[in-house]
Design a protein around this ligand. Structure first.
Ligand code: BGP
Length: 474
């Protein structure tokens, strides 16, 4: 559908960008911080650990000043659970409390609204040792952690995100949570019991937020990718519906309506994998918890086909979800170009996804991740100044912002856009050399060099986009 005239981005639109604590901060095992699951696991071959990352812990003032220079209205960062509570519960690390106090104040100094992710892949290792999300006590620990964050920062933080990409942790539990499926009798049952504990933790945190901070807004932050059918065969449509339910709607149906998605529920039942840890009262809490908005991360769409009997069951990758016999399998989409790292690029799919999410839930949407990872190169211009030319990133972001504006013109209520990432940081599993930032960080995978910050071409471009309220995308 073409629009004769496009609607504008709202005046109060939250333009910004994102990071997460373990990927950007460094100081991973110092300043009183306890280890998280990220710190204790072996980094993938050829990639560095998280000890220094982009060193934002020591350079946040410089980073926030650069964000202010770009005109950010918001900065999405996460609070490291193990920095506040080194053992996951109990003892508070005051130095950690102070760090986020200072970071929040620094943002507010420039009128940048902190958008805080409460948990982004970095469960305290101490909780993991006690069973992690498989242990219901972890949900209580999350409530304790939430209470601490709301008490310390609720006077200044208006926007909260509960759990980053819970759906990816569940769908790719072997990779993201490091679960060893070979040791589990019924992996799906175990994984969806963990998932239930996380959903419960999220619901309790939303209720607590509204009780403690009546002026604040809170929402979930899954990774949402609309799933296309591989063909117009009815079976493929069914497969796409199945994958959409499993990958996307399970999480949002629960966050918004407090109900378990029926397609996923019957699929779990079929495999004798229904969670048996649901206690009386859980579903009432989940129904009582109401998000104020939906945040989601979008990188691309996914595509599904109905698997044949020959297809082997295999666990999914980060973008496409799992292959499940008789249910759905993720397949490549030959119509889409790919990034240097093989990720499909689908800006129109962004509009499709926004429209679908809005139609289902009718809540304002903020995009908490979107972006392109690439091997950027630091160069010097004729005058010897540092430059980083990243036209591919500008192209990617421009195309997505154009589609977001079309979605707004379609009637989708949008409240903000935070690409990944504000600053270069360590990828989940592909190291520092897979860069996403507007701000280049001068380090190599293992050689830390001087970690100096350099404005990429995309930095100047995004500054213009924000200043023009999304109208000048040239
Ligand atoms: C999302 C995560 C981020 C992030 C991003 C890019 O799934 O929320 O933490 O890193 O993807 O992924 P990657 O780092 O694997 O390139």
């Amino acid at each position: 559908m073409l629009h004769k005239s496009l609607k504008a981005f709202p005046d109060e639109f939250l333009w910004g960008a994102s990071t997460s604590a373990y990927q950007v901060e460094g100081a991973a095992l110092s300043h009183g911080k306890g280890p998280s699951v990220q710190d204790v696991k072996e980094p993938p071959a050829g990639t560095s650990g998280f000890e220094v990352a982009a060193d934002q812990y020591h350079r946040f003032k410089e980073d926030v000043a650069l964000m202010a220079e770009m005109g950010f209205k918001t900065y999405r960062f996460s609070i490291s659970w193990a920095r506040l509570l080194p053992e996951g519960t109990g003892r508070v690390n005051e130095e950690g409390v102070q760090y986020y106090d200072d970071l929040i104040d620094e943002c507010l100094k420039y009128d940048i609204q902190p958008l805080v992710t409460m948990y982004h892949f970095d469960l305290p290792a101490a909780l993991d040792e006690q069973g992690g999300w498989g242990n219901r006590a972890t949900a209580d620990a999350f409530v304790e952690f939430s209470h601490l964050m709301f008490s310390c920062y609720g006077d200044r933080v208006k926007y909260w995100l509960t759990i980053n990409e819970q759906n990816m942790m569940t769908l790719a539990a072997e990779h993201v949570l490091g679960l060893d499926f070979s040791k589990l009798e019924n992996p799906n049952k175990y994984v969806y019991e963990m998932n239930h504990n996380m959903l419960l933790a999220q619901a309790k945190a939303m209720v607590l937020c509204h009780e403690m901070l009546p002026g604040a807004k809170i929402g979930p932050a899954p990774n949402i990718a609309l799933v296309y059918p591989d063909s117009n065969k009815p079976e493929d449509i069914l497969a796409a519906q199945n994958m959409n339910a499993l990958r996307n709607w399970l999480y949002l149906d629960m966050a918004v309506y407090g109900i378990y998605n029926h397609v996923v529920w019957s699929w779990l039942e079929e495999q004798d994998a229904l969670p048996t840890n649901i206690e009386p009262g859980d579903l009432a809490i989940m129904k009582a918890a109401k998000p104020d908005f939906i945040a989601f991360n979008y990188y691309s769409t996914a595509t599904a086909a109905m698997p044949s009997a020959e297809d082997e069951t295999e666990s999914g990758d980060q973008q496409s979800g799992s292959t499940v016999l008789g249910f759905a399998k993720g397949v490549a989409n030959p119509n889409l170009p790919r990034t240097q790292f093989g990720w499909e690029i689908d800006p129109v799919g962004f509009r499709n996804t926004l429209r679908e999410v809005y139609s289902r839930y009718h809540l304002p949407i903020i995009i908490t991740e979107n972006g392109l990872g690439a091997y950027d190169k630091l160069e010097q211009d004729e005058s010897g100044n540092d430059v980083v030319h990243d036209p591919y990133r500008i192209d990617y972001l421009r195309a997505h912002i154009e589609q977001m504006r079309l979605a707004i013109s379609d009637g989708v209520e949008m409240m903000g856009y935070c690409p990944w990432s504000a600053v270069d940081l360590i990828s989940t599993h592909e190291g520092f050399v897979k860069r996403y930032g507007f701000i280049f960080v001068n380090r190599e995978e293992f050689d830390l060099l001087d970690l100096r910050r350099v404005r990429k071409d995309s930095f100047f471009w995004y500054k213009k986009v924000i200043a023009s309220k999304g109208t000048d995308l040239a």
